[in-house]
Write a protein that binds this ligand. Structure first.
Ligand code: F6R
Length: 239
């Protein structure tokens, strides 16, 4: 696991550059995408690169990590809506090739077949992750099995609280979600994890302690051969 400590701007540009060079090498790459505040700057840089004519998403397929339970794709807090507004609507990706896990049995992205679908596409080439203050990646909360595939999750109180900032009140935050599992994430060929801001300093410190435990789900990433942590000075302040 490699740790790069950069400014926020440098992090966004560096990850954009990694994706741009992947797309030049492999125009039909499979991207694993995250929502939340961490990847927004990367998506902004990707949109700029697309608009400048440097990259195209025309042959790209994407798989998102997770989705709230019970919010439709046009709900402003759904992760489908987030992806459309922060990236997909601004680039030439075909929406039919963008996938978000679903609880709907009739959906082609039904969670029970989501991992097989990713496998059928050849696996995720490049996975972007953020991290929760409790060490969650995707919605894999502490205690999640390292063998987990895409599954339904009961959100922990701390995550509901963290995410309530996006809703009018905490009572509106869904208490369940669908999430790729830790094994699903570990199947990606390359992973970058963005860890920025003072409120992530403890999480980065714990990750760097190298102790691998289901109490801190992101620690499984130590077993992956190709992970880069992109952190800023604030997140790295306790190292
Ligand atoms: C989102 C996701 C979550 C976030 C994490 C950090 O798809 O999988 O695990 O990455 O909650 O969220 P932010 O980036 O908002 O701090």
């Amino acid at each position: 696991m490699e740790l790069k400590i950069l400014t926020l701007n440098e992090i966004n540009l560096a990850i954009k550059d990694e994706i741009a060079s992947l797309l030049r090498r492999k125009p039909n790459a499979i991207l694993g995408l995250a929502t939340g505040s961490s990847p927004i700057g990367v998506y902004d840089e990707l949109i700029k690169a697309y608009k400048a004519g440097d990259i195209s998403f025309n042959e790209v397929t994407s798989f998102n990590l997770d989705e709230y339970f019970g919010l439709s794709g046009d709900h402003p807090q759904s992760y489908r809506y987030f992806m459309n507004t922060h990236l997909f609507d601004h680039v030439d990706i075909l929406k039919s090739r963008t996938h978000v896990p679903s609880i709907d049995k009739n959906s082609e992205d039904y969670f029970e077949t989501y991992d097989n679908k990713i496998k059928d596409h050849g696996g995720i080439d490049f996975q972007i992750l953020g991290i929760g203050s409790n060490g969650h990646i995707a919605f894999n909360e502490p205690g999640t099995s390292f063998d987990s595939l895409t599954h339904i999750v009961d959100l922990k109180e701390s995550t509901i609280k963290d995410n309530s900032r996006f809703f009018n009140s905490i009572s509106e935050v869904p208490t369940k979600a669908v999430s790729m599992g830790l094994k699903s994430i570990m199947n990606a060929k390359q992973i970058v994890i963005i860890i920025t801001g003072k409120n992530k300093a403890n999480a980065l410190k714990r990750l760097m302690s190298k102790e691998i435990s289901t109490d801190f789900p992101a620690s499984i990433l130590h077993h992956h051969p190709k992970v880069t942590i992109y952190a800023d000075q604030e997140a790295a302040s306790l190292l």
